[in-house]
Design a protein around this ligand. Structure first.
Ligand SMILES: [Zn+2]
Length: 65
């Protein structure tokens, strides 16, 4: 498990499959920092994130229950 670069809090990892690629979102519940990794490599999904903005929200909601 990784730690947040901003606050050191433990990160939550959420795996998604997007366009056949394995995407992992690491999210900090303390400061809401997110990072994305595709097949183990960091990725910047600036444009994609706009389209996917509903996905992490839905997963985060389910995780917090
Ligand atoms: Zn944090």
């Amino acid at each position: 498990m990784s730690s947040c670069q901003g606050c050191g809090h433990e990160l939550v990892e959420i795996g998604l499959t997007i366009d056949g690629s394995r995407i992992v979102m690491r999210s900090c519940s303390t400061c809401d920092t997110r990072s994305w990794h595709r097949d183990g490599d960091p990725v910047h999904l600036d444009g994609v994130l706009t389209d996917l903005s509903a996905v992490p929200t839905r997963y985060r909601r389910s995780l917090s229950s």
